[in-house]
Design a protein around this ligand. Structure first.
Ligand code: COA
Length: 462
């Protein structure tokens, strides 16, 4: 087993070497100092190029092909850290000491047990919902179990409701002779609330981040189980975060190698600059909504095919090409019809995506143990070669993280429908870290749109 783990580390070291060689001549970025706001920058449609905030969390460099979390490059993290360590690093700024790590692991293990949320989730028609819609619902239910924010509001609204609607008085319980009318039941809930830790009312705290990072994996697995006609499985505290996900989702205990490869996938997806879902979650958090709603917004943004949904689409596309048995014709048609090839191209990377550099060889490694997937992998490699020698040369379009991720997940036994939820499960670490950071200097997001419509129309009654 140790040999296989060493082989995986070697794959990552090799990928890092290739990345460095390929981009050696690209200029390194200058170290940035703090900005003096307001800042001047060139902005394209969709806020492309706009700087919304400063961050210490993560950095993507599109010309060097760098992905950096808190100063550590992604290759180093994948080779030498676990997802748990990386999540702690993103949230807290430093890698954990052994005692911090065991405390963090204990919390993650505790927060994986969410039977109330699972029970609530099972009362919805999950089989009629897409897995990402169900995941967003699950995050909302997790919120209800962790924050008392809504209950607090309910209590404070009660006296006004009575004052403004005396007719409702007779239908409720007796007044208590206080200056403002209160109902017996709401007084009880107030007493209960007084015992609640105040940070649970706000919930923008690190504890909620741990709760979300851990809870969302149980939710994703529960959805997968229910949608495939099985009952949810309890987490196993002896397994890692990644191992538990495979186990709770598939019902099969992963091998050490499978657990490690899923762990690397989680590290690779944990954060990625100011991407659409991170931005969506920050926009919601900036309104001082709450961190659960903000993460729910991230899940919603991630579900689109141009963002997280591309991994599912890429695998389906590769299967279609494999079936057609005519890659060249498929590719020429795609070019002629100007179709977007899934898993290819990136808004930031204009060189090979470092995550694809790791996932490609990992897919090859898994396929070497799983010969029936060989033809699918060969199709992917052949398509990549076509892309590199055409779109790569002409438009700097190369495989992105989603190109090989589907093959890796497929080899690990994850059904296609749950690839994007898996992405969300790891990205929660990045979303929550960036939300906590942003809220320290919060400013509600408010870009502008240029109005180009008419001003002076009049209603003409017909
Ligand atoms: C990721 C993506 C949205 C980035 O888009 P972008 O940087 O805004 O690039 P644009 O859409 O402006 O495209 C620039 C050019 O490359 C082409 N292009 C971009 N992605 C392409 C793809 N996947 N396949 C074929 N051509 C592509 C565009 O057609 C355009 O060509 P043109 O200049 O001749 O009009 C885009 O590459 C894409 O849709 N990829 C497929 C979906 C995917 O894998 N998403 C996951 C991202 S991690």
């Amino acid at each position: 087993m140790q040999n296989e783990l060493n082989e995986i580390s070697k794959i990552i070291t090799e990928a890092e070497k290739n990345a460095k060689n390929d981009t050696f001549y690209e200029a390194s970025p200058e170290t940035e100092s703090h900005l003096n706001w307001p800042v001047e920058c060139t902005v394209g449609p969709g806020l492309e190029g706009a700087i919304a905030c400063e961050t210490n969390i993560g950095y993507v460099n599109g010309s060097k092909g760098w992905l950096v979390y808190r100063g550590y490059n992604i290759f180093d993290l994948c080779a030498n850290a676990t997802f748990e360590e990386v999540a702690f690093l993103l949230l807290n700024g430093e890698l954990p000491s052994p005692s911090e790590l065991s405390g963090f692991n204990r919390k993650l293990n505790d927060y994986k047990y969410i039977p109330d949320v699972q029970r609530l989730l099972m009362s919805f028609p999950l089989e009629e919902m897409s897995s990402m819609a169900a995941l967003r619902l699950g995050v909302g239910l997790l919120r209800q179990k962790q924050t008392y924010r809504d209950k607090e509001k309910k209590y404070s609204n009660v006296p006004q409701a009575v004052a403004s609607d005396d007719d409702s008085y007779a239908m409720e319980s007796d007044l208590k002779g206080k200056s403002a009318a209160t109902y017996e039941f709401s007084q009880q809930s107030y007493l209960k609330l007084k015992n609640v830790e105040t940070d649970l009312l706000g919930s923008e705290d690190i504890e909620s981040c741990y709760h979300l990072i851990s809870g969302i994996s149980t939710i994703a697995a529960t959805i997968a189980r229910i949608k495939s006609g099985h009952l949810p499985i309890e987490p196993d505290p002896d397994l890692s975060h990644a191992g538990n996900l495979i186990y709770m989702m598939t019902g099969r205990r992963p091998s050490t190698v499978e657990e490690r490869i899923m762990d690397i996938c989680f590290i690779l997806h944990a954060d990625h600059g100011m991407n659409a879902s991170t931005f969506a979650s920050l926009v919601v958090a900036s309104t001082l909504s709450d961190i659960y709603s903000a993460v729910g917004a991230g899940v919603a943004a991630l579900s689109g095919p141009l963002h997280g949904g591309a991994n599912e689409k890429a695998l389906l596309m590769l299967k279609e090409i494999e079936k057609s048995n005519n890659l060249k014709e498929w590719f020429q048609n795609a070019l002629a019809e100007k179709r977007k090839i899934m898993g290819i191209g990136h808004r930031v990377y204009k060189v090979y995506d470092p995550r694809a550099r790791i996932l490609g060889p990992l897919a090859e490694y898994l396929v070497s143990k799983n010969p029936e997937m060989k033809s699918l992998f060969n199709t992917a490699r052949a398509l990549e070669n076509e892309v590199n020698s055409t779109l790569g040369k002409e438009k700097k379009l190369f495989p992105n993280v989603d190109f090989y991720a589907g093959i890796v997940y497929h080899a690990l036994g994850i059904p296609t429908e749950f690839f994007t939820p898996l992405f969300a499960v790891s990205r929660v670490a990045g979303w929550t870290s960036r939300i906590l950071e942003y809220l320290k200097n919060n400013r509600i997001f408010r870009p502008r749109a240029l109005y180009v419509g008419p001003y002076n129309k009049e209603i003409i009654k017909k």
